[in-house]
Design a protein around this ligand. Structure first.
Ligand SMILES: C[S@@+](CC[C@H](N)C(=O)[O-])C[C@H]1O[C@@H](n2cnc3c(N)ncnc32)[C@H](O)[C@@H]1O
Ligand code: SF4
Length: 445
């Protein structure tokens, strides 16, 4: 059980560090000219990852914090798909010698809303402009309620190797409270369709901290989910940001678990999944010991990107579609989240970049330190930034050291078992953009 010291730090509001600098620190300083220059500077010898965002769903779940909208008309979805294909051509025209794609990830929203033909058409557009590396990983986020046998077969034919299913919670009362009614049989059927079609690498997303959840209910969810034996499970803490997300204003806050209850739920899930044979990775992922993610973690080769923990070592990520973020050696850039504006920009032959952040050597070193802390719970500052002075950071961390959350030996930092739950707070000491107690982030647990 977590002690009171950890509970104190867990209330700090800190980023999830899926990137550093975080998207919250992006400004208008990065223009589409700079975005184009970064694309032109890509090295053909580099293998890259591509993220394709589809910001539409058939209905919007009350808890959803993703960049998505309800799609009412199919012609709107089709117009978006065409813009995505145009953007692929535009981006490719700026890149000189084209690097190979090692990973392709579809996220959303609900990417399968494009339909099998739509997905095929976009992958064909990518293939016309970029080579795919041998054995490239092709992953897609799926809503189990919309997985059919036909879709599963089409995904397998398209070369999809990994599917990530949004399960969230199996309790019918919790599902009603979050506007996501999804009987267990629906998830079981989706799993069966995917495995029979040959899409056998499966990831499930679960959430704790949702209305009406209790330690007993999350334990039951974990047991039901473990019986379906997905290779990976991500357990996210519910990020409740009703000021930013209108759909979340319909969540009854009186039914939300307290901060202490959230912590207990996170611990219960970790205990239940570990008992079921999963290895805990980083702050919120679990994987079967033979899974590549677990193996990467054991070898100190786990990474962190916008999808969470990954074994993807690529340093360049091309984000395509509204709200997508691209990562280059010299900075990060995000497309506009406003879909009509995105389509207008692309149709006019311009990149849809809206904001971003340049990075210098100091940022790169801090990003590396934060990533190692988030992935390995340990870092040697001297090995990453031998000439840097981290006096200020180390003195900020001293109280956490006294509290037993962190061991500091010269320039070597090691997060203790007790401190792992609040590693985001430790990582934040190296975040030079951080505004203390910034209210736009979710709680550390
Ligand atoms: C794009 S969705 C997954 C695919 C599909 N749309 C679905 O819902 O099944 C990505 C995941 O983000 C997580 N998520 C969404 N909103 C969240 C929130 N407010 N707090 C924590 N996790 C959230 C959910 O676990 C969800 O499965
Ligand atoms: S959780 Fe998934 S299905 Fe629900 S609104 Fe968000 S993106 Fe759409």
């Amino acid at each position: 059980m977590l002690n009171n010291v950890v509970r104190h730090y867990a209330a700090y509001q800190v980023p999830r560090y899926t990137s550093y600098p975080t998207a919250a620190d992006f400004t208008l300083v990065v223009t589409s000219n700079e975005h184009a220059a970064w694309l032109r500077g890509l090295d053909a010898r580099e293998v890259i990852s591509v993220y394709l965002h589809v910001p539409y769903c058939r209905e919007i779940c009350l808890y959803c914090g993703c960049n998505t909208k309800m799609a009412v008309r199919d012609d709107v979805i089709d117009a978006y798909r065409r813009a995505l294909e145009t953007e692929i051509g535009l981006v490719a025209s700026l890149v000189g010698e084209r690097p190979g794609i090692a990973r392709l990830h579809w996220g959303g929203g609900t990417p399968s809303i494009l339909g099998a033909d739509g997905l095929r058409s976009v992958v064909a557009a990518l293939g016309r402009h970029f080579p795919f590396e041998n054995g490239f990983e092709h992953a897609i986020e799926l809503d189990p309620r919309h997985v059919t046998g036909t879709l599963a077969t089409a995904l397998a034919e398209l070369g999809v190797t990994r599917a990530s299913l949004g399960v969230q919670d199996v309790d019918p009362l919790v599902q009603a409270a979050i506007g996501r009614v999804q009987p267990v049989a629906v998830v079981e059927r989706a799993v069966e369709y995917l495995r029979s079609a040959g899409v056998t690498n499966l990831n499930f997303d679960l959430i704790y901290g949702l209305p009406l959840q209790t330690t007993d209910s999350v334990r039951k969810t974990c047991a039901v989910v473990a019986a379906m034996a997905p290779d990976r499970i991500a357990c996210f803490g519910y990020a409740h940001l009703p000021r930013l997300k209108a759909n979340q204003r319909r969540i009854d806050e009186a039914k939300l678990p307290s901060q202490d209850q959230r912590i207990d739920q996170a611990e219960t899930m970790a205990a239940e999944l570990t008992r079921a044979g999963y290895m805990k990775l980083g702050i919120d992922h679990f994987a079967k010991p033979a899974d590549p993610l677990a193996r990467a973690s054991a070898m100190g080769k786990l990474h962190r990107n916008f999808q969470g923990y990954t074994d993807d070592p690529s340093r360049v990520l091309l984000g395509l579609g509204a709200s997508s973020i691209s990562t280059f050696a010299d900075g990060l850039v995000q497309n506009t989240s406003d879909v009509p504006r995105y389509i207008r920009a692309i149709e006019a032959g311009s990149l849809a970049s809206a904001r971003g952040c340049r990075v210098d050597e100091d940022d790169r070193q801090r990003a590396h330190i934060i990533e190692r802390l988030m992935c390995d719970f340990a870092v040697d500052l001297d090995a990453i930034a031998p000439a840097a002075d981290f006096h200020q950071e180390l003195s900020m961390l001293a109280p956490m050291q006294w509290d037993g959350l962190l061991d500091i030996d010269g320039t070597k930092l090691r997060v203790t078992d007790a401190g792992r739950a609040v590693v985001r707070v430790i990582a934040a000491a190296f975040d030079r953009y951080r505004r203390p107690q910034a209210a736009q982030f979710s709680k550390a647990i």
